[in-house]
Design a protein around this ligand. Structure first.
Ligand SMILES: Nc1ncnc2c1ncn2[C@@H]1O[C@H](COP(=O)(O)OP(=O)(O)OP(=O)(O)O)[C@@H](O)[C@H]1O
Ligand SMILES: [Mg+2]
Length: 556
């Protein structure tokens, strides 16, 4: 019991005798203020206006009877300790009063003063403990709420983390896939370049020898016919090798500034006349900046290959082929690791054809991958497009859904370089000066003998040598005996360029023709500035050889 302050006791008792007795007992509490209310209304009214520490409550009042009396007090003052005063033998009522919220009960006339005092003390202590428990419970609830809030916050953070990780994982997978694709294409490129080089060296003598034989064969004979067939086949093979090489060729080609819009419109016009009329061709071209550094033939090849594929995918049903060109700015992106950020031309070729599955889409850029019949497609179209774009610093992406169509997007970097005027077209088929002595050097036996043969047929004297060092020594002995040197570029000992330099040191006016393969990286301007008269790309035809010779000799 708090002894610092006075104890407020409200005695609700209508019987003056009982009230008197109880007040007498309570008198022994030194610091107590005892107020007597004779009915419940007066009691409740007092409780509203004054602080009371405990209430002694008779259950039979003039204005309230039994349990109802307890309930009404509890309803108004839930935390006030109540000691119920009951009549004789009313145990059941007393117990119910405890259930209704009273702390204790006394049977009137039967209790000793100490019992009442103890009951008051216990009631107040119980009440205090209850209050303490309540406060503690509220505190606990607050703690639980706070903890729940923290857990929920942490949960949502975790969820965000999980989502972030999932996204990163997906991005990583995408990048890995791109890397695998890029490695695959690079390995295929090296492989293709290797075989193409060898194929060309084999093709060269076939073409030259067949052309020589054709000159001798009587037109109209079966021999002439067959030789023509062989030559045709060889040329087809040469074209194929050219395609393989444009897939694998290294990127150090010298491109010139060129405009893309006229090329696209011309190519679309060309396609209009060659594609069936059930394919509607739409074009939307809005590209104020349209200059790129490139090779027009190769850029045209991109458009042609994409549009042909689109037309094939549309097939015999009605469909639409949409070609659009626009300017776009590319941010640096892991999706295009090889591309610099900057201004690009964005060419989209979209069709309403049969589309592709994911499996097909994963392989379309591989050389020789085709889903078309043997005579319909070689599978080189997109491989070539991919190679060309790589060398132009561009890229290609594809989106497709089976049954819905496909959309190829091509990016080409825009250049600020000014367009140069084209050099005048070269004059072909001029007359060849058919006499003189040629020094011919090539480390490949077959090429050497075919070229020697062809040159002889053109009327030249030929000294044909496999060994470049030996060729130098032969030349050294009689520098003025030769009118022309035709040499291969890639040879053991002295390379074609080294040999040419040495020969020109001895005789600066000696015309030199340098034979190069597709794989040889040589800049034509640079070769010419060194004094080399002509570059001849293997496998050349007899006509190309003649033209090169005539141009080389022209200035001598
Ligand atoms: N627009 C397209 N719609 C649906 N599938 C396409 C489309 N473009 C390409 N493909 C698929 O990609 C494959 C490879 O195309 P690619 O151009 O490299 O070779 P191809 O067209 O089969 O033969 P080629 O171009 O050498 O004549 C095609 O066989 C086809 O399955
Ligand atoms: Mg194709």
């Amino acid at each position: 019991m708090n002894t610092d302050k006075r104890l407020g006791i409200l005695l609700v008792e209508d019987n003056p005798g009982d009230a008197y007795l109880i007040r007498e007992i309570l008198r022994s509490i030194p610091a107590a203020d005892i107020i007597n209310a004779e009915n419940l209304e007066a009691a409740l009214d007092h409780l509203k206006r004054h602080a009371v520490d405990i209430i002694l409550l008779d259950l039979s009042l003039p204005d309230s009877q039994g349990l109802d009396t307890v309930r009404r007090v509890v309803a108004q003052m839930p935390m006030l300790p109540i000691i119920v005063l009951t009549g004789l033998d009313d145990d059941i009522l007393a117990l119910d009063a405890l259930k209704a919220g009273a702390q204790d009960y006394m049977v009137k006339g039967l209790f000793e003063p100490e019992m009442l005092m103890r009951s008051i003390r216990y009631a107040m202590e119980r009440k205090m403990v209850e209050e303490e428990l309540n406060r503690y419970r509220e505190h606990l609830e607050e703690l639980v709420k706070e903890r729940t809030r923290e857990i929920e916050e942490r949960n949502s953070q975790l969820q965000e983390e999980i989502n972030g990780r999932k996204q990163a994982e997906e991005e990583k997978k995408g990048l890995e896939n791109q890397l695998i694709q890029a490695h695959k294409m690079e390995a295929l490129g090296r492989f293709a370049g290797g075989i193409a080089h060898d194929l060309n060296n084999i093709l060269y003598p076939i073409i030259i020898d067949t052309e020589s034989l054709l000159e001798d064969a009587e037109p109209g004979t079966s021999m002439h016919l067959m030789l023509n067939q062989i030559l045709k086949a060889a040329h087809r093979q040469k074209d194929l090798v050219k395609q393989i090489l444009s897939f694998s060729r290294r990127s150090d080609q010298q491109f010139k500034p060129m405009k893309v819009v006229p090329l696209i419109t011309e190519t679309i016009d060309l396609l209009r006349s060659s594609l069936p009329s059930h394919i509607e061709i739409k074009q939307s071209i809005h590209a104020p900046s349209e200059s790129i550094l490139g090779d027009p033939t190769q850029i045209q090849q991109i458009i042609m290959n994409l549009c042909r594929n689109a037309a094939d995918a549309i097939g015999s049903q009605a469909g639409t082929l949409d070609v659009s060109l626009a300017n776009t700015y590319l941010e640096p992106s892991p999706a295009h690791p090889d591309m610099n950020a900057g201004q690009y031309l964005k060419l989209i070729v979209k069709d309403t054809g049969h589309g592709m599955t994911k499996e097909v889409m994963n392989r379309i850029f591989e050389p020789f991958y085709t889903t078309k019949d043997v005579d319909k497609g070689s599978g080189m179209g997109l491989a070539v497009v991919h190679g060309i774009l790589k060398h132009h610093g561009g890229a290609i992406t594809v989106e497709s859904e089976q049954g819905k169509g496909s959309r190829f997007t091509v990016y080409l970097p825009i250049t600020d370089e000014k367009l140069q005027t084209q050099p005048p077209a070269t004059d072909r088929g001029r007359s060849v000066k058919e006499k003189g002595e040629v020094l011919l050097v090539d480390d490949e036996d077959m090429i050497l003998s075919s070229l020697k043969n062809a040159l002889k047929r053109m009327g030249y004297e030929v000294v044909a040598l496999k060994d470049s060092q030996e060729a130098y020594e032969v030349f050294l002995k009689a520098p003025s005996g030769f009118d022309l040197v035709i040499t291969d570029l890639t040879m053991p000992k002295l390379s074609g360029i080294e040999l040419a330099n040495k020969l020109m040191d001895i005789r600066p006016d000696i015309p030199v023709i340098l034979c190069t393969g597709f794989n040889d990286v040589i800049d034509e301007d640079e070769a010419k500035s060194m004094g080399i008269r002509e570059l001849l790309l293997k496998p050349a035809s007899t006509n190309e050889l003649k033209t090169a010779i005539s141009r080389a000799l022209e200035n001598s």
